[in-house]
Design a protein around this ligand. Structure first.
Ligand code: F6R
Length: 604
C-alpha cells in the first residue's frame, strides 16, 4: 500500500512533493518523508511519524534545490510506524522510497549484516538501499547498479531512487505495485497514483511490471532490469481526461463528502457514449463467446457489493452469474462452466486478491474482463478487456462514487449481454438515473439528518438488513458505517435475521433498512415488525413509505423519490454513505483516512 512520489525538474521540489503526498495520503498515513538536494549539493532527508501534516510542519518554508527529489507515505507492513522506519531510507549516496514487500528480506539482511552493514530500521526497504549502494560502489553507474541490485531481490516493489552524485536524476522501477509517470514541459513526475501530479500534467505513462526508467527533467528513458541503458526508449504518453478539480476538496469538508455528491457526475460520465439504443457498451462487441454461458464476478469489499448487485441485474436478464470474494476464490478449485467470463471489479485496479483471482482464471483458459476506475491500472493491463468506470479519482478511503459507477456499468452490461439494447423500461431508467440522482443529492438537507445521526451515534449496535437488491445495499451500508465510525455493524438478508442475528436485538439497537425492492417489501416489513416487537428501532429508507405506518413497522424514515429500482439503488446507496459520513464526522473521526485502512490493497 504506501504511496511514493518523485520529481525531476526546475521547480523547488518540496512544496509539490508535500502537496502530492497529501493527495496520496489515502494510501497510508503511518509516517511520511522526503529526500531532496540541499543548496550544498548533498541529499537531506526529513521524516515524521504520523500524517503528512506533521511532515509539512517539519518542512516549513524549506523548498529544496531544483533537481530530483522523492517522497513517501507509509502503511506499515515491516516494523512499527516510527520515524526510524519511515522512508526515505538511505545508504551512503543512495536514498529511496518503496511501495511493496521484499520477500527474501531476511536472507538479504543476514547476508548484508555478515558483510558488515549496520541497519537503522526494521523495514524490508532498507536492504534495497544497502544493496544498491554496494553495486554503485562497485560500478559507479547509477542505473546499472539499481538493475544489478534488484535482480537479487524477490518480491514486489515500486521504487523512486536518488543518487548523491546525480542531482537531476531519478530512477523509478516497477515490479508489481502501480507506478505512473507524469510528463510535463521540461519536468517529470512519478507517483503511485495520478492525483499526486494531476495539477501539473495530464500526460501519463503507466510503468509495466519489470520496467525501469531513468528520468532527468523532461527526458525519460525506459527499459527493463535485464536490458542495457543504451537500449532504453522514450515512453509514449497518453492524455487522460481527469479534471484536476477532482483531486481537490473544494468547498467540502472532506473528500468523502465531495465524492458522495459527485456520484451523479460519476454515473453520467460512466454511461456517456455507451448507452445509445441499439449500441450499448460497444467495447463488448469483439468478445467471444457472446453472450457467454455464465459470468463469475470476483472482487473485494465495496466492489464485491457492487458485484452482488450486478448478479441481481444479470439474473433478472436471465444470465447465470456467481459472485466470489477474490481472496477465497483464488484458493479454491476452479469449477465454473467452460466458456464463462470471469470479471474482476476493482476501483483501484490494483487489489492483489482480485488480480490474483483473475490470473488464476486466465491461466485456466477463461476469458477475463476487468472493471476498473483507474486508467493504466494492472487490472486494465492484465485482463482480456477492461471496461473503465469514469468516476474520476476517488481520494476518500471509503469508496463512494466509484460504487455508483460500478453498479451503473453492471446494469448496462446486463442489458448489453441480454440483447435488450433497444428501448426497455430498464434502459430508460438507467438513462435517467444520473439526473434523478443529481436532483436527489441537491435536495439533501443536512438538518434533516441531525436526528438520524444522533440516533445512530448513540445506538448500542447498528444492524443493516434488506432483501433482493437491498441486501447488497445493507452489506455496503454496514461496511461504510463500521469503517469510518468504528462502531460494530453488520449487514444481513432481511429473512436471515430470525435465524440468529435477532438475538442481538433489544432496546438501544437500530436496524437500518434500505427498501428499494418493492416486490419484496411486504416480506421485509414482516421482518422489521419482528425487530420492533423486541425493542429494536427501525430506520427505513425507501419511497412510498406511508406516514400512517410510523410506529407500526418503522420508527423513522428517509424518503426516496418515487421511481424504479434502477434509480432507487443509487439514491439509497447515497443515503447510506451520507449517514455514515455524518455519524463519523459527529464522532470526530478522520473520515478520509480511517484507522488501519488503505485505499489500494496491494498485499494479500
Ligand atoms: C470500502 C472500500 C474497500 C474497497 C476494497 C477493494 O469503502 O473502499 O472495501 O472496496 O478494498 O478495493 P478495489 O475496489 O480498489 O479493488
Amino acid at each position: 500500500m504506501c504511496g511514493i512520489m518523485g520529481y525531476s525538474g526546475p521547480r523547488p521540489p518540496l512544496p509539490l512533493l508535500v502537496s502530492g503526498l497529501e493527495r496520496l495520503e489515502y494510501r497510508g498515513y503511518d509516517s511520511s518523508g522526503v529526500a531532496f538536494f540541499n543548496d550544498r549539493g548533498s541529499i537531506d532527508v526529513l521524516r515524521a511519524a504520523g500524517k503528512v501534516s506533521i511532515l509539512k510542519e517539519r518542512v516549513g518554508l524549506l523548498e529544496g534545490h531544483p533537481g530530483a527529489a522523492i517522497g513517501h507515505i507509509r502503511w506499515a507492513t515491516h516494523g512499527a510506524p516510527t520515524v526510524e522506519n519511515a522512508h526515505p531510507h538511505r545508504s551512503g549516496p543512495i536514498a529511496l522510497v518503496h511501495n511493496g514487500i521484499i520477500e527474501n528480506e531476511q536472507a538479504l539482511r543476514e547476508r548484508l549484516k555478515s558483510e558488515g552493514v549496520h541497519f537503522q530500521s526494521e523495514t524490508d526497504t532498507e536492504v534495497l538501499a544497502h544493496l544498491i549502494r554496494r553495486e554503485y560502489e562497485r560500478t559507479g553507474e547509477f542505473a546499472d547498479s539499481v538493475s544489478k541490485a534488484l535482480v537479487q531481490v524477490e518480491g514486489s516493489y515500486a521504487l523512486a531512487i536518488l543518487c548523491q552524485d546525480a542531482p537531476a536524476d531519478l530512477i523509478a522501477v516497477r515490479q508489481g505495485p502501480p507506478l505512473i509517470l507524469g510528463m510535463g514541459e521540461g519536468e517529470s513526475f512519478v507517483a503511485s497514483d495520478i492525483p499526486a501530479f494531476l495539477h501539473f500534467t495530464r500526460q501519463v505513462y503507466s510503468f509495466q511490471s519489470g520496467e525501469i526508467g531513468l528520468i532527468r527533467h523532461g527526458e525519460v528513458r525506459i527499459g527493463t532490469l535485464s536490458t542495457p541503458l543504451s537500449s532504453w526508449k522514450s515512453p509514449v504518453a497518453r492524455t487522460i481526461s481527469w479534471d484536476p478539480f477532482f483531486a481537490e476538496k473544494g468547498s467540502y469538508r472532506h473528500f468523502m463528502e465531495k465524492e458522495i455528491f459527485e456520484s451523479s457526475r460519476a454515473l453520467m460520465d460512466t454511461l456517456a457514449d455507451r448507452i445509445a439504443p441499439g449500441n450499448l457498451l460497444p467495447e463488448l462487441l469483439p468478445l467471444a463467446p457472446f453472450p457467454p454461458p455464465s459470468l463469475t464476478f470476483v472482487a473485494c469489499g465495496t466492489s464485491w457489493h457492487a458485484a452482488l448487485l450486478g448478479r441481481s441485474f444479470m439474473e433478472s436478464m436471465g444470465i447465470p452469474s456467481t459472485v466470489e470474494i477474490a481472496s477465497e476464490f483464488r484458493y479454491r478449485p476452479l469449477l465454473i462452466p467452460k466458456g464463462s467470463w470471469v470479471i474482476g471489479i476493482s476501483q483501484s485496479g490494483e487489489t492483489a486478491d482480485t488480480l490474483g483471482a483473475l490470473e488464476l482464471a486466465r491461466k485456466e483458459g477463461f476469458r477475463t474482463l476487468g472493471i476498473s476506475n483507474v486508467p493504466g491500472s494492472s487490472l486494465e493491463r492484465e485482463s482480456d478487456l477492461c471496461l473503465l468506470t469514469h468516476a474520476g479519482p476517488e481520494v476518500g478511503v471509503a469508496s463512494t462514487k466509484a460504487f455508483h459507477s460500478q453498479v451503473a456499468l453492471l446494469m448496462l452490461f446486463s442489458l448489453a449481454l441480454s440483447g435488450r439494447n433497444h428501448e426497455t423500461h430498464e434502459l430508460a431508467a438507467l438513462t435517467r438515473s444520473p439526473h434523478r440522482l443529481e436532483t436527489f443529492l441537491e435536495a439533501i438537507s443536512p438538518e434533516r439528518y441531525d436526528q438520524v445521526v444522533e440516533r445512530l451515534r448513540h445506538s448500542r449496535l447498528v444492524m443493516f438488513a434488506g432483501r433482493g437488491v437491498d441486501y447488497p445495499l445493507a452489506l455496503e451500508g454496514a461496511l461504510k458505517f463500521k469503517e469510518i465510525t468504528y462502531h460494530p455493524a453488520d449487514g444481513y438478508p432481511g429473512g436471515e435475521l430470525k435465524h440468529g442475528p435477532i438475538a442481538l436485538v433489544e432496546p438501544g439497537v437500530t436496524i437500518v433498512a434500505p427498501m428499494v425492492e418493492i416486490g419484496l417489501r411486504q416480506k421485509e416489513i414482516s421482518n422489521l415488525r419482528e425487530i420492533r416487537a423486541r425493542g429494536g428501532y427501525v430506520l427505513a429508507i425507501g419511497h412510498s413509505i406511508e406516514e400512517s405506518q410510523r410506529g407500526i413497522w418503522y420508527d423513522d424514515k428517509i424518503d426516496l423519490p418515487d421511481g424504479p429500482v434502477w434509480s432507487g439503488v443509487f439514491q439509497a446507496a447515497s443515503v447510506l454513505q451520507y449517514v455514515s459520513y455524518r455519524v463519523a464526522v459527529a464522532l470526530g473521526n478522520d473520515v478520509d483516512q480511517p484507522r488501519n485502512l488503505a485505499k489500494s490493497v496491494t498485499v494479500e
